[in-house]
Design a protein around this ligand. Sequence first.
Ligand code: DHB
Ligand code: MG
Length: 221
Amino acid sequence: MQQMWTELDDYIDEHLIPEDKRLHQVMKNTVDHGLSNHLAVAPNQGMLLQMLIQMNKCKRVLEIGTFAAYSTIWLARALPKDGYLLTIEGRETHAQMAHKNITEANMDTNIELKVGFAADVLKTLTAETPAFDFIFIDADKGSYPEYLELSLKYSHSGTIIVLDNVIRAGDIIDPNNQKPSIVGIRQTFEALKNHPKLLSCTALQTVGSKGHDGFAIAIVK
Ligand code: DHB
Ligand code: MG
């Protein structure tokens, strides 16, 4: 199945995802640096993130988990010149790669990369920090419940929160799987369930070049 999913993603990309030399360069730099692109979103997923931002005319975006900044460039592409994107990366080696990629991409919008455990970084934001319009959570899965709560703190009514990797090829419903990352995702579903601060929420399974996984999407009340 994986081969067909990948071929179909290639087909989709060929038809619907225009070439972007900045995104291409990020991928190339990442692989040349010996990092696996598997942790990045797929091109058609990046496009979905871009479209959600465009649909909602978002100007301030928060990304938790930069990795090599491939998704960051997708998020930034969707923003106007006066937009702002804060992206947080916990691993120094990934942050160095991300810094190079963000610098080379030379995007019009202001991208700020902060390095550190995202929950700690978020707690250093001042009370005057304006709320974000769009939040993409894609860092260590064990901390998703904490990231969700902190995201809500920096949200306004209508903020969209997208969480990556919430299916993990079905591991989340395997009772024998007690890995911290999987437990973290299950706790996130529990937190999303009837959350008093959310207007609506769903999760979608995806198959494609990144295997079988999924996104959760929530709108803040
Ligand atoms: C993996 C994929 C991701 O998108 C991510 O954020 C972390 C890990 C993976 O396939 O291992
Ligand atoms: Mg991910």
